[in-house]
Design a protein around this ligand. Sequence first.
Ligand code: ITT
Length: 201
Amino acid sequence: MTDKIIFEKIILATHNQGKIREFSRLFAPLGVEIIASHTLNLEEPEETGSSFSDNALLKARAACKSTGLPALADDSGLAVTALNGAPGIYSARWAEQQDGQKDFIKAMTKLHDALADSPDRSAAFVAVLALVTPERQEHLFEGRAEGEIIWPPRGDQGFGYDPVFVPHGDTKTFAEMSATEKQIFSHRAKAFNALREALFI
Ligand code: ITT
């Protein structure tokens, strides 16, 4: 039998408001207090890893080290088959502008241009969650949402690449779905469910 750990507070090591909204909904039934690292002005470590797992671990380790609390990080992105998995771990960086702000219209247009007339529009959103505790336990959980890239973008919910992604099993983009609908398909919700089953219930 696995030991289930009781967490009262978890640092959510992210500066991404979309992730903060989604994790707040996911954790709400568990009664765990979520503290987003940006509210503590924690520095964002540079994402130097070569995989989602590397980057999730380095973000969670940094937040755990500087707060002494369990820390959860999410490293995620869109892996497009015809682009050999790009943008992948570079999904956020494809949106970066010179002033440091992110522009996802630019990133989605770059994706559309890179796909050109490729007949293969298949893609997957991937999320790897790393939970690191002050006792130095490290846990990793992965979730994937398979689907298709569409053009032009549709919908104004969600964040990031949501307007160009239609999950298998539906006709709406993630950005046309309510938060509850997106949760049925979402890579983040699947990874979170694995975490919840392993550690909480
Ligand atoms: P943190 O590192 O501070 O968590 P970030 O936005 O830089 O924030 P990542 O490095 O993990 O996060 O980059 C993931 C990018 O992938 C994110 O910026 C989105 O563009 C995209 N992405 C991930 N999950 C997504 C989702 O559910 N819907 C739309 N885009 C998503």
